[in-house]
Design a binder for this molecule. Structure first.
Ligand SMILES: C[S@@+](CC[C@H](N)C(=O)[O-])C[C@H]1O[C@@H](n2cnc3c(N)ncnc32)[C@H](O)[C@@H]1O
Length: 216
């Protein structure tokens, strides 16, 4: 589930202060032209942004429908990203969409694969649910995210596990997506990273949960 963020790219319509797109955020944090392995790419929303900014992208998803929608200039790989073994390494491994918060305890598996595919001087860029986010306060407050309006319709945290639902609205159409996630404090995030061989370096956008870490 993508957390809402305000629309961004210069030249695009947005009211008030514009946030950067995920692609712009990642591009600004890594070397120009850095090769990127994107785990859980979906249909290529971020992939397209990164390609347009000059990054070769290898995009992995376990859904044939998603892989089928990737742009032609991405390298598509249909696979379970928790078990990926490509035998090559990349400047950057991208773990968007809160995979680290995987409700089934999958976060460490994604990070293990990330560690196996990142160059020694490379980086992981990951998106986690912002530690400290007040889910209760987010309920019922519609937030625009580009052309989509996203509303958290319910959220309950029990024993560190979040059970929630979001409603998406586009052009008068709406649909709902229930999801579950592990609620990680900042300390939890740092220790999950450390356990899989990464050194937390910095938040790229703390309120949106984007971070950069390096292999140790
Ligand atoms: C919510 S979508 C987001 C896609 C993209 N990261 C974005 O931000 O637009 C999450 C994607 O992760 C994929 N995914 C989830 N678990 C996966 C796994 N174990 N291996 C590969 N892909 C996975 C899903 O198929 C889905 O396309």
């Amino acid at each position: 589930m993508a957390l809402p963020s305000r629309p961004a790219t210069p030249g695009r319509r947005c009211s008030g202060r514009c946030a950067r797109t995920p692609g712009e955020l990642i591009h600004g944090a890594v070397p120009p032209g850095a090769t990127i392995l994107e785990l859980g790419s979906g249909p290529g929303r971020v992939t397209r942004q990164l390609l347009a900014l000059g990054h070769p992208v290898t995009a992995v998803d376990d859904s044939p429908a998603m892989i089928g929608q990737l742009p032609a200039d991405a390298e598509p790989i249909l696979a379970d990203a928790r078990r990926l073994s490509l035998g090559r390494r990349f400047d950057v491994v991208l773990l968007a969409s809160h995979l680290v918060n995987g409700a089934a305890g999958d976060g460490p598996a994604f990070l293990r694969v990330t560690r196996e595919h990142v160059l020694p001087a490379g980086a992981v860029v990951a998106e986690v649910y912002p530690p400290g986010l007040d889910w209760g306060a987010a309920v019922g407050r519609p937030r625009p995210a580009g052309e989509v309006t996203v509303t958290v319709t319910r959220a309950a945290v029990t024993d560190g596990r979040l059970d929630a639902e979001v409603r998406y609205e586009v052009d008068g159409r709406t649909w709902r997506q229930p999801f579950a996630a592990e609620r990680l404090s900042e300390e939890d995030v740092l220790s999950v990273l450390a356990a899989e061989g990464f050194r937390f370096e910095r938040w790229l956008a703390r309120e949106r949960g984007w971070l950069l870490a390096r292999p140790r």
